[in-house]
Design a protein around this ligand. Structure first.
Ligand code: UD1
Ligand code: CA
Length: 453
């Protein structure tokens, strides 16, 4: 049986933010959400989050995650004091307790599984994740004997110059046999530079305490300031991109591309430079996205191309071509093999298959059939200043260039609209509509010049 406790009560002073540190976003999810996700593989029976600074805000932000227990630490007197708050909650609990700092968001689930396995195989009282860092500054230093048994942990600020030379650091990830930890927690003292109760001091009171080095030290980087937040984002991006390239996705100039770790891609997708894929986006094989595109919460079928365009909360079916310079603003569905071209904005609009909106158009609240041609500059006048109104366009209809469709309006199938028409009334199937003033030509007429006056 494993319980997980996440330390999230601290203020995160070095972030210089009104937002609690653990709620800062890293690639679309908060730090504490990421820490919770890293525990998924060990299937904890209980998940406790220790909150303090702006506790309500943290609670509200996490309300959608089910089965969390919130433990309040009213005064932040150190990491040991934080874990002391668990005593009434875990009374009689007989399993192991995994403790994680809420500001260590890059841990791989596999690493935590390995830590727990080592802890249980050796029947340790405690097992700590450690790392050999090129630059250990700021971290607690871990001192071991030859068998990886920890003798002492000294915080950076409490280290002597000689102790600072030790590059083995405490990652802030711990496994404890809870019954043993519960016995010694009340004995912690705050005799250190910060006058805080350090969780790390329990290593002097438990036996044996073992260190397990993490293979990839980047996993344990803690976020204390905005620069470390940016570094973590870079590491995360590198990881995500390497995985997709290994899975058969081509990234052209990967450094200029960002991909959220929630995005799903198929092999033989090509992502061009300056392209950003976010949220719950899914892209099928054969798509070519970019350069210069943003795709968010959208589904793209096979062989879709998107160039210099923004696609938000939309569905694009197979073979469609989007861009350059299109904006699918949301709730848009583009049928297969459509062309949505240059300088086109679509909102709450459904296009049937093989329909083209190729130049300079705005369609809002429109339902368009198959094989329709929307002429250059066609605009739906969907908003009367108070309400939005729908436009319906039947199969194979063609709107002439610069048509204005004043909604609510319904055009049947096989309708042709003359160029420059302002269409205000419904049109049945198979009609030609000319809705513009007739041209007047006056022969022999020209503007008088000054000389003639
Ligand atoms: C801590 C460790 C250090 C380790 C480092 C790894 C201690 C004493 N030191 O130092 O050995 O190398 O993490 O990142 O534990 N928190 C509370 N309540 C408190 C104080 C802190 O919940 O009263 C939470 C913070 O919100 C944070 C976590 O505990 O998520 C760690 O606190 P922080 O102050 O960042 O500890 P470090 O100085 O980084
Ligand atoms: Ca920290």
């Amino acid at each position: 049986m494993v319980a997980v406790a996440i330390l999230a009560a601290g203020r995160g002073t070095r972030m210089k933010s009104s937002l609690p540190k653990v709620l800062h976003s890293l690639g679309g999810r908060s730090l504490v959400e990421r820490v919770l996700e890293s525990c998924l593989e060990i299937s904890p029976t209980r998940r406790l989050v220790i909150i303090g600074y702006q506790a309500d805000q943290v609670k509200t932000a996490m309300h959608s995650t089910s089965d969390l227990e919130f433990v309040e630490q009213h005064e932040q007197l150190g990491t040991g004091h934080a874990i002391q708050q668990l005593l009434p909650y875990l009374e009689g609990f007989t399993g192991d307790l995994l403790v994680l700092n809420g500001d260590v968001p890059l841990l791989r689930p596999q690493t935590l599984k390995h830590l727990l396995q080592t802890h249980q195989e050796h029947q340790n009282a405690a097992t700590l994740l450690t790392a050999q860092l090129p630059n250990p500054q700021g971290y607690g230093r871990v001192f071991c004997n030859g068998q990886n048994i920890i003798k002492q942990i000294v915080e950076d600020r409490d280290c002597t110059a000689a102790q600072k030379q030790n590059r083995r650091i405490n990652a802030g990830v711990y496994c404890f046999r809870w019954s043993d930890l519960a016995q010694v927690l009340p004995k912690l003292q705050a005799n250190n530079d910060q006058q805080e109760y350090y969780l790390t001091d329990v290593v002097n009171l438990l036996e044996p305490v073992m260190a397990v080095d993490v293979e990839d030290y980047q996993e344990i980087l803690g976020i204390n300031d905005r620069e470390q937040l940016a570094t973590a984002y870079e590491i995360l991006q590198k990881r995500v991109k390497s995985e997709w390239m290994a899975a058969g996705v081509t990234l052209i100039d990967p450094a200029s591309i960002t991909i959220d770790d929630t995005v799903q891609l198929q092999p033989d997708v090509i992502i061009e430079p300056q392209t950003h894929l976010r949220g719950n986006t899914e892209i099928q094989s054969g798509c070519r996205i970019g350069p210069g595109s943003l795709i968010e919460n959208s589904q793209l079928g096979e062989n879709v191309t998107v160039m210099y365009s923004v696609v938000m909360n939309s569905i694009v079916h197979a073979g469609a071509q989007i861009g350059p310079y299109s904006h699918l603003r949301g709730h848009v569905e583009v049928g297969s093999n459509c062309r949505v071209g240059n300088f086109v904005e679509l909102k709450k609009t459904i296009l049937g298959d093989r329909t083209n909106v190729a130049h300079l158009s705005y369609l809002g609240d429109a339902t368009v059939g198959n094989r329709v041609n929307i002429g250059a500059g066609t605009i739906t006048a969907n908003y009367d200043g108070v309400n939005k109104h729908p436009t319906q366009i039947g199969d194979r209809t063609k709107t002439g260039v610069n048509s204005v469709l004043v909604a609510p309006i319904k055009l049947g199938a096989d309708v042709t609209i003359a160029a420059g028409s302002a269409v205000t009334e419904d049109v049945p199937d198979d009609c030609l509509v000319i809705a513009r003033a007739r041209q007047v030509v006056k022969p022999g007429w020209r503007l008088k010049t000054r000389d003639e006056e």
